[in-house]
Design a protein around this ligand. Structure first.
Ligand code: RFL
Length: 396
């Protein structure tokens, strides 16, 4: 069969690209390995930066989000038994919107498939790309119902299949350099069926390891505990998790943590990568397929949406105005934003992990870094701007 654009992957990036195309009446097909039920429940991110929300809103993609979100403009560092609040919302005029990723995915699927009649093929297997360096690229896959191979010829492929997808590997290695950074630590990512224990994000800097608390909903809270990379989640039974969280997040005047059953418990090996350039021939990567940011500064989903907004618009310009300037500049425009966020994540990671590194020089430097943002208004302003983020090219 034929279509104009094949979008591979129905995460935040792929679904946003598909919505922009569909809203402009550009034919496209989305291919997704999982089922609709699965992607609508997969828990992950939860913090959207205000500029991203406003960009989605302008495209009619944020109606339910704006009705059901909570806004945060402060976070709290806890170290040396003290609480230090940082009012970045007041300082920048911008806030985070707390909206769990599965809800955003649900909204985007609903809009694209149910309201605009867009096509998503769920449960596909063995997706392969062909002839991406020609103007008639082709995507083949195995149909889950019949087991037959099918293929779609198109004009462009949006590779939005996340960190473990196939599109990144379809770029010839001599055209795609991968820059990597490994933090050398693990984070135990937890979801607790318990209400948040504070009115904002908490970062706990502690010699036993970093810990964090962030709201997801009135009933569910995300926690993180630094752990050795590759650690087994089985090493972290309920009581150990809560006792470690209480120790690492303790501070004078802090509310006790509301405990609850742990409904997700997995170890993330904290690492980042960036593929450069993000396109080859008629293949355009977006989101985690092109770059991963460990969840240190909650940047991953925001970057994925930044790419998707640019790619969607560039593809519409290609299809309707035969204007390829957006597609030609796509990779460079995304990477300017990506590297700002990567660098910030690395900066913040050192604040979070220095104290537990076992290296007194790193630990003291990390404390100096942290104190600076509470003691110097200039340092605080620079930090606040990066923490809430912005669209550095002002597009979107
Ligand atoms: P996704 O969401 O991974 O979607 C990719 C989709 O592609 C499908 N897929 C394929 N489809 C077809 N063919 C193939 N061969 C395929 N292979 C895979 C997958 O099933 C999936 O549906 O990528 P996308 O759209 O680029 O979105 C990126 C975000 O999901 C990611 O950056 C964030 O979740 C990262 N992240 C966070 N980001 C934030 O901004 N704030 C946070 O607080 C935050 N917390 C997190 C996070 C990621 C986490 N994990 C699990 C890595 C917390 C965690 C624990």
């Amino acid at each position: 069969s034929r279509t104009r654009v094949v979008v591979i992957g129905a995460g935040p990036a792929g679904l946003t690209v598909a919505n922009i195309l569909r809203a402009a009446s550009v034919d496209c097909v989305v291919l997704e390995t999982e089922s609709r039920e699965f992607i609508e429940q997969r828990p992950r991110a939860g913090f959207l930066e205000e500029w991203v929300v406003r960009a989605l809103q302008r495209r009619g993609l944020a109606d339910r989000l704006l009705r059901n979100t909570e806004m945060h403009g402060e976070f709290e560092f806890r170290f040396a038994g003290e609480r230090h609040r940082f009012p970045y919302g007041e300082m920048t005029g911008n806030r985070h919107f707390v909206y769990p990723q599965p809800l955003l995915v649900t909204d985007l699927v609903r809009r694209y498939a149910d309201e605009l009649g867009g096509e998503i093929r769920f449960g596909v297997r063995d997706v392969e790309l062909h002839a991406i360096d020609t103007d008639r690229p082709e995507v083949s896959y195995t149909d889950p119902d019949t087991g037959e191979r099918r293929s779609i010829v198109c004009e462009a492929v949006a590779g939005c299949d996340g960190a473990r997808g196939v599109t990144r590997a379809s770029m010839p290695p001599e055209h795609a350099a991968v820059a990597r950074h490994d933090y050398g630590v693990g984070w135990l990512a937890l979801l607790a069926e318990a209400p948040p224990s504070n009115d904002c994000v908490v970062f706990g800097v502690h010699s036993r390891g970093f810990a964090a608390h962030m709201a997801r909903s009135p009933q569910v809270t995300r926690y993180y505990l630094e752990c050795p990379p590759g650690d087994d989640p089985e090493n972290w039974p309920h009581d150990r998790v809560w006792s470690e969280l209480r120790t690492r997040l303790s501070a004078d005047g802090a509310r006790p943590l509301a405990e609850g059953p742990l409904i997700e418990k997995r170890v993330l090996d904290m690492h980042n990568y960036v593929v450069e350039p993000m396109s080859y021939g008629r293949l355009y990567l977006a989101g985690d397929a092109a770059h991963l940011a460990a969840p240190i500064a909650a940047k991953g989903m925001n970057l994925a949406l930044h790419d998707a907004l640019l790619l969607g618009d560039a593809l519409v310009a290609h299809c309707f105005k035969a204007d390829d300037s957006g597609l030609r500049g796509y990779s460079a425009a995304c990477l300017r934003q990506v590297w700002q966020y990567q660098e910030f994540s690395q900066w913040l990671a050192e604040v979070m992990h220095g104290a537990s590194s076992g290296d007194p020089f790193r630990a003291a430097s990390a404390t100096a870094r942290l104190r600076r943002i509470f003691e110097s208004p200039a340092a605080a302003a620079a930090f606040a701007e990066l923490y809430i983020g912005k669209d550095i090219d002002g597009g979107g």
